[in-house]
Design a protein around this ligand. Sequence first.
Ligand code: NAD
Length: 354
Amino acid sequence: MLNSSTHKITPMKILVTGGAGFIGSNFIHYMLAAHPDVEIVNFDALTYAGNLENLTAVEREARYTFVKGDITVAADVAALFAAHAVDAVVHFAAESHVDRSLHIGPEAFIRTNILGTQLLLDAFRAAGARGAKRPRRFVHVSTDEVYGSLGPEGRFTENSPIKPNNPYAATKAASDFMVLAAHHSYGVDAVITRCSNNFGPYQFPEKLIPLMIANALEDKPLPVYGDGQQRRDWIYVADHCQALDYVLRQGRAGQVYNIGGGQDVTNLEVIRLILKLLQKPESLIQHVTDRPGHDRRYAMDSTRIETELGWRRQFDFAAALKATVDWYRQNSAWWQCIRSGQYSKYYETIYGNR
Ligand SMILES: NC(=O)c1ccc[n+]([C@@H]2O[C@H](COP(=O)([O-])OP(=O)(O)OC[C@H]3O[C@@H](n4cnc5c(N)ncnc54)[C@H](O)[C@@H]3O)[C@@H](O)[C@H]2O)c1
């Protein structure tokens, strides 16, 4: 655990955008548990991917506040900064699903990931110029996908070329450049993290690992894109959250930090492991037409965050996958509700008229 007294930035009140999503909600749980002096304001539009049930354990916590709002609406963002004097922003809010960017279209991705990030940066700067209490740091949570696809060897470093291959990755790359521009042009204290594929509790069951676990639990076919030999550098979400905590407190302004699990596994290997853990037959595997432009391999070189900030991955892939499978098994009501569509109707009833 970090000893906050030894670190340069000790934020007390943190604005988390997209905190009702997968990684954001894990980050909120992590920060509230790890740091008794931290307060969180969670700003989330509650799109299909935002789920306040991820946060029921902290919703009555005095150090936690939820604000419903959209980062693409300048008035929402301005009202947020006017109402909450925050020390730092950790920006997760995004359209995050590659398949949606390909099949539904990139418009929402361009709006949220690029325009939304820019509006947040503008409001962050305006709050600094206005108030006695300035937000000090902006952590932009980005992805390894901005680097494109790797060949069979090597790892992405922070100096690898930015070569996104799908609309999601292209919009994340654009948002990274807007963040770097705000740092260079206006001196915004911004840091970018680029993390590999996360897995763990509260991941929306459209992403590979929760989808395969949920389908296997229901004895449904497990759709595998193409030959299933796409390699990903998996990281348990708790390791990502801890890395973000290190970057928030100690990272160098204007810097990019890669975060990886260092555990490359093919999609087919992941699926076979899930079936084994659930004692389900491999006959459930069904190969389907590959995703267009599907990147073959991602792998991150995390040397910078390890040597500069002293972060180290804590969780082994196999053990963390077992913990994740157990979580989905024990929390079937959570994902069944999402899959049945009841969840979206429920939250439309609760928040639709607000
Ligand atoms: N999941 C991964 O493996 C991974 C890996 C590296 C980086 N990332 C990045 O981490 C961040 C979080 O990813 P995730 O998997 O938790 O995503 P997610 O889709 O689970 O959650 C996104 C959250 O953002 C909210 N949101 C979307 N549009 C919004 C808007 N306009 N205004 C306010 N809130 C909005 C959603 O309601 C949701 O709660 C993203 O920026 C993603 O690019 C994800």
